[in-house]
Design a protein around this ligand. Structure first.
Ligand SMILES: Cc1ncc(COP(=O)(O)O)c(C=O)c1O
Length: 430
């Protein structure tokens, strides 16, 4: 009897989590584990190869000794962190931020963005996302029933043949406006951008912001790499009061302090938006990790006076330059990043052997998956195929690129370079 009931009501996962395709991270990690070259230099996922600075680590240790830091935090976040963020960000925003009404702490930027979509998206509402996109946006939008509408960032026309600035990846503003419908509720911007490394210019942000004001669209500005910019950096929320009224700015202590596993993030915005983000956050996870919020607070209190922000930017830029030397040597073009720690390299000139034995789940994917597989197996360096950050219709735009994360120790970068020199014999110059 029991088994009949079971047959009529089989256990099944919800569609939102039961995607058929193997995701990019497991393909790359699986290939890396099985590679004959060990250990692999993993420049795939964007995690740091080194620890947060000592003043932040010490703060985390000390927080664990305090009774109140081991218990629930207020749902909107620990007062000390909200105040530290208000103090650190008020000068950037050109106004005094209210820590109680204009900032809410979340479990990483990712859960913060999920909370923003949960707070404002109803079934059938549309959210505009630029391609390539950070992959978590899609499921975060779809969970509350939202529909993702894609607008491509157009690559530099000569990207396969010459190195050019990441600023050359462009938004066609007419195309963006055409994507807006009466159902459009939100748009996601990411600057500095993952994976391109583009820092949106003031003019681009103004044009996007003005469109959002015209159509009353909420702007979710993902600025998790906000301390790593190598050209002037503009925050869209600062461009006009009308744009500020619509903007939620996203930040991440994980990215700021080299601690992606800490899962501390935040949203900054006007009270009429933050209220609902924080209401959703309360339903999703109630509150976020207490001791690490406290440590992040100390981080923000001390970072400026310790010169940490300048140092972290200088360090990352030097890693970027150190690593990219190998592409200059090999004559492989890349998009020179304006911010962040990813570089997109164009490997169109790399000739993959015709008879190379790719597994079936790689054969059916675009060329960048084959390049990624080949690099792991033959060279011993893991990188991410960026077509994963595109819809199938636009995947061809990125099929010759690979994304490398340079947030690794310098000796690791040197090993990667040495191995990548092994690509020379596969490069055709015609
Ligand atoms: C563009 C972008 N946004 C958000 C995140 C997520 O940040 P967090 O680790 O704080 O959730 C990442 C992480 O890779 C990212 O690249």
């Amino acid at each position: 009897m029991a088994s009949n009931v079971a047959a009529e009501r089989p256990l099944r996962p919800a569609k939102r989590v039961s995607g058929q395709r193997q995701d990019v991270w497991s393909i790359v990690n699986e290939a890396a584990a099985a590679s004959p070259v060990q250990p692999i230099v993993n420049m795939g996922q964007g995690f740091f190869g080194y620890n947060p600075p000592p003043f932040v680590i010490d703060a985390a240790r000390e927080a664990l000794d305090k009774v109140e830091c081991n218990q629930y935090s207020p749902t909107r976040g620990r007062p000390r962190l909200k105040k530290a963020l208000a103090d650190a960000y008020s000068p950037f925003f050109g106004k005094k931020l209210d820590p109680d009404t204009e900032i809410t702490i979340t479990t990483g930027a990712n859960e913060g963005m999920l909370s923003a979509f949960m707070g404002f998206i109803e079934e059938g509402d549309e959210v505009i996302v630029f391609e390539p996109f950070f992959d978590q946006y899609l499921s975060n939008i779809e969970m509350p029933g939202g529909k993702v509408v894609y607008v491509p960032l157009h690559p530099p026309p000569n990207g396969a043949f010459e190195t050019s600035s990441a600023s050359e990846w462009k938004v066609d503003m007419k195309e963006l406006e055409r994507a807006i419908t009466p159902q459009t509720r939100m748009i996601v911007i990411n600057t500095p951008h993952n994976p391109i490394g583009k820092v949106f210019s003031r003019d681009e942000l103004l044009a996007i912001g003005d469109l959002c004001v015209k159509h009353n669209i909420i702007i979710l500005s993902d600025e998790v790499y906000d301390r790593l910019y190598y050209v002037p950096f503009t925050r869209i929320a600062t461009l006009s009061p009308e744009i500020a009224r619509l903007t939620l700015t996203v930040g991440s202590a994980g990215k700021n302090f080299y601690a992606t596993g800490w899962r501390v993030g935040w949203l900054i915005g006007p009270e009429h938006l933050i209220t609902y983000v924080s209401a959703a956050h309360t339903r999703i996870c109630y509150s976020s990790v207490s001791p690490l919020q406290e440590a992040a607070a100390v981080g923000f209190e001390k970072a400026e006076e310790m010169g940490f922000w300048d140092e972290s930017k200088k360090d990352m830029l030097s890693k970027m330059k150190r690593f990219n030397e190998v592409w200059d040597e090999l004559g492989l073009p890349y998009s020179e990043p304006e911010g962040g720690y990813f570089v997109l390299v164009n490997l169109k000139k790399v000739r993959l052997p015709d008879d190379y034995d790719f597994p079936p789940h790689v054969v059916e994917r675009p060329r960048d998956f084959k390049l990624s597989w080949f690099l792991i197996k033959e060279v011993g360096v893991a990188a991410i195929p960026p077509t994963e950050f595109y819809t199938p219709e636009n995947a061809h735009i990125a099929e010759n690129y690979l994304r490398f994360a340079v947030c690794k120790n310098d000796d690791v970068l040197e090993t990667a370079k040495e191995r990548l020199r092994g690509l020379k014999k596969y490069i055709a110059d015609d």
